[in-house]
Write a protein that binds this ligand. Sequence first.
Ligand code: EPU
Length: 301
Amino acid sequence: MKILDELAPRLSPEAVLRRNEPLAKKTTLRVGGCADYYAEPASEADLSFLLQFCELKSLPFFILGRGSNLLIRDGGVRGFVICLGHPNFSRVEIVGERLHCGAGAKLKIIAQEARRMGLSGLEFLDGIPGSLGGALRMNAGAMGGAIFDRVESLRVMSPSGQPGECSVAEVPVEYRSCPLFKTHIALGAVLCGTPAPEEEIAQRMKCYSLKRWEAQPKEPSAGCTFKNPKEKAAGRLVDELGLKGTRVGGAVVSTVHGNFIINDGTATARDVLSLVDLVAKKVKAETGIVLQTEIEIIGED
Ligand code: EPU
């Protein structure tokens, strides 16, 4: 029996299932091929069943957030790409100083809800074009803050479909990484805010937005390409070496910020990857510093 015909009757009617799903438009960089299979489960039970199905059929899976830190190769992704885009995964409920959020919730909505309820500490999330799940997976940060500074507990699912809760104290986190999510799937988190006047929060958000508007490019990109090495910010390194504006095909090192690679509208994943490689090699040759990519790279050539 065909994979999707076998799967569809076992999931809720609102679940989305498709074959050969184009992925480029599901990422902010807008490059890359198709997923063999694409699924949007409508409940935790759907997701659990999907994961068990993948295990049974030896099909790989990848959890797609809002695709803002992601580069999909031109040959696409084998197996399932699963997106927690159904509203059942995107709740943001505020109880006292805590925000109970689903992994599919947009970071912007979380920041705005926190502001509306007079809770500060989450302002930095406002301009990050991602979902909570993606932010947890990479311990996303901006403006001096990082998501795990505000996480109290997590709801996760094991790769074999078992849901569970854990306190943040049990979960090791690093700069731009939370290794738990190399295997497990984020279902949601409880975040903590700090009471503050709404006007003060709004002012801080405005200031961050202005900073971002001035310092970061507006063209399609995957955000910062490289993690900041301890020696110096990656953007500054690239800038000082005169690499801004370097181009491979339709991929260009932003002239606004050296750590962004933008897509001029014609880039392929191969263009972007060649440029990433070129920049990393020049930085290594000139300074000895080894840059590590921050963007996640998946799929086949
Ligand atoms: N700089 C330059 N030239 C450039 C870019 C930056 O000299 O072309 C200098 C800046 O003047 C500054 C330093 O490098 O002194 C750092 O730059 P910036 O303040 O823009 O911050 P960043 O370290 O490059 C980090 C995050 C961003 C986040 C910003 C704002 C990383 C890898 N990046 O960038 O996150 O938006 O801070 O808080 O940690 C992302 O992770 O995708 C991302 C965009």
